[in-house]
Design a protein around this ligand. Structure first.
Ligand SMILES: [Zn+2]
Length: 254
């Protein structure tokens, strides 16, 4: 649809009205969609973010800390409304009493979703994840499935945030030394994101949006520190990996 990076989000991709973003965990909103959220707000399209797996972590203090960080990051990204569903991160499946996102059926997750958002039909589009859930985390693949179910049931246009596999592969190959900061690929599936040919919309962040993306990421202090990936990257390297955000637009209602 729109293959080269561009600095706007036209109505043919994001219709006017309210946009619903489904994210797996706090920090995913900043990694994948910080610039898109800022641009939508700046052009009058209100955004709601729902975290599907941020309700319960290992303990109440851990949950509250992650949620407080999410509130800070969403404020930095001008998100109008955010909600948490009460599912555990699938990494804590063995936690006593866990109700994990990975094992909860679609109906249960959709019921929780509509309880916090009200009728999904009020949104003009819903944003989920690509089929690989970005880097392959089980909760991210559930976001892919839940967003598709929600779009199908409510007949809302669907978009899927993704990682351009070609860009990441080139970026990793261009690392100037083995010591450069890089993502911990131990958590990644071999088939992460989507090939560039399946990326339909590339949004290029402005210099100011890049600064704000970094600030939003920094809100998640329990997940990353300033000296590590990605906050420790110099400006150019940060921009070359995270300065363009990618979306896949399914050709038909799933
Ligand atoms: Zn995540």
């Amino acid at each position: 649809m729109i293959s080269s990076p561009r600095r706007d989000l036209p109505a043919e991709v994001f219709p006017d009205g309210e946009i619903l973003f489904l994210h797996a965990h706090p920090d995913d909103e900043a990694f994948l969609t910080a610039g898109v959220l800022l641009e939508l707000d700046a052009t009058g399209r209100r955004c709601t973010v729902v975290y599907l797996a941020a309700g319960q972590l290992t303990s109440a203090p851990a949950t509250f800390r992650r949620q407080a960080e999410a509130h800070q990051a969403c404020a930095a990204l001008e998100v109008a409304e955010l909600h948490f569903l009460g599912f555990h991160d699938s990494c804590y499946d063995d936690h006593p009493g866990a109700v994990s996102l990975g094992t909860s059926p679609d109906e249960a997750v959709l019921a929780a979703l509509t309880m916090v958002t009200g009728q999904l039909g009020r949104y003009s589009a819903i944003v989920g994840y690509d089929r690989n859930g970005g880097y392959g985390h089980r909760d991210h693949r559930r976001v892919h499935e839940i967003a598709r179910s929600a779009a199908r049931e409510s007949s809302i246009p669907l978009l899927e945030a993704t990682i351009d596999r070609d860009v990441v592969t080139r970026w990793l190959a261009s690392a100037r030394s083995g010591e450069e900061l890089r993502p911990d690929l131990g958590f990644w599936s071999p088939s992460f994101g989507l090939p560039g040919s399946l990326v339909d919309c590339r949004y290029e962040l402005s210099a100011e949006q890049l600064v704000r993306k970094r600030e939003a990421l920094a809100c998640h202090a329990s997940q990353m520190n300033p000296g590590q990936f990605p906050l420790g990257l110099e400006r150019e390297r940060f921009a070359s990996l995270l300065g363009v955000e990618s979306l896949h637009v399914p050709k038909e209602m799933p």
